[in-house]
Design a protein around this ligand. Sequence first.
Ligand SMILES: Cc1cc2nc3c(=O)[nH]c(=O)nc-3n(C[C@H](O)[C@H](O)[C@H](O)COP(=O)(O)OP(=O)(O)OC[C@H]3O[C@@H](n4cnc5c(N)ncnc54)[C@H](O)[C@@H]3O)c2cc1C
Length: 431
Amino acid sequence: MRHAVVLGAGIGGLCAAGALSAVCERVTLVERDALPAGPAARRGVPQGRHAHVLVTAGIEAVDRLFPGIYASMVAAGAPVVRDFSAFRLAPGGGAPLRLCGPPPEPFAGLVSRPCLEAHIRARVRKLSNVVIRDGVAATGLTAEGGRVTGVRLSQPLAADLVVDATGRGSRAPNWLVELGYPAPREERVPIDLMYVTRQFRQPHLPALVVGVSARPGRARGMVLFAQEEGRCVLTVSGYGAHHPPREPERLLDALASLAPPDVVSALRAAEPLGDPVVAHFPANVRHRYDRLRRFPPGFLVLGDAICSTNPAYALGMSVAARQAEMLRAVVAAGDQDLARRYFRAAAKPAGAAWAAATGGDLALPEVPGRRPLSVRLAGAYSRRLLGAAERDPVVAHQFLRVAALQDPSSRLVRPSMIARTLRPAWRGDRP
Ligand SMILES: Cc1cc2nc3c(=O)[nH]c(=O)nc-3n(C[C@H](O)[C@H](O)[C@H](O)COP(=O)(O)OP(=O)(O)OC[C@H]3O[C@@H](n4cnc5c(N)ncnc54)[C@H](O)[C@@H]3O)c2cc1C
């Protein structure tokens, strides 16, 4: 492949540019924002001011794409979970998972989103065959004889391959229709989720990761992540009628109804860095590019532009990084049937994130929507499993590996796992 153009320099676009640089003669990365020199929030990524973490599969993928990047983030001050006592995650909304032994390394990317982007951007800038063109928006595709031949910027830019990584607002479905191709079917699960986030300086947190998920009857959750430079980020989230308050004091009061008391005290004593910020996430959305029968050669889509899931599951960046690795592999294998091979591969991590997020969301009666029998059964089983994970480290570790995209969800329904989950001792003893 001679020249690839990647649209969007978010996590997906940066990873895709890094991946393609290994298999293309040259790569141009096009970004609408003027990119900052270091870690800074920017307009095109409004979610960057909210709690972000890279789960294990994501940090592993980013580290394979940019070898040594995890170590460089740690050297620059990224907190490291060295002991599970620093990791208090309650995905069932009750007691934390019971985990033991040392966590694998890398275990999680605990840096702010602007810092993560800045680290990856710095690595992409060092690639001699990648050019970054920032402050330029892509407005469409150019095509000839049914093949995409480039992208419309202020001037058309020719390419052998165009990859759309412009995020949740991607215009790719419209661009396809403009070229005479069908748009992918859109799947949507509305959730009306509100995020209220505030950053603090607090070098003395009782844990590096604290998370308490929403549960039936209490459609609110929280996460607190330690980050670089003694900072931490708190997000309280809530569905529908349970949107969290935005006022600083009321936000901490809402936190007190969710988080352990030592965490609440640490935040009450912490120095706030700016006011709370708000994000509204209306729906999980997935575009079924993997189901299209007709698709123009020379064009692919990646990251949130394919599938954007409830941020509380913290999977979007990891899915994008995994898809970038897949992109590298399918392009290295040749141009023949590229779109079908790529979208089939990319659907795997996207589908795993989709199943986790929509399954979890629809398990909450507060989220409206149709629940076929399969969804109701899966919801009931996963409630039992999370109850077991609060007491049984084997179940907890397996759940965590699935939640971090390291293992397929089928691991949770192996006979040994079903037996542990349905063991009578766990029955009815959830808090
Ligand atoms: C509140 C919130 C919290 C989240 N927390 C987590 C988390 O903890 N962990 C996690 O893994 N994921 C999280 N996510 C999801 C994560 O942010 C996304 O999945 C991830 O950013 C997707 O990357 P992307 O590259 O596909 O898109 P984005 O990161 O959104 O990047 C798209 C880029 O394209 C650029 N662009 C847009 N249009 C154009 C154009 N026409 N021309 C050129 N450039 C363009 C934008 O400026 C932007 O830079 C969260 C999301 C939200 C909303």
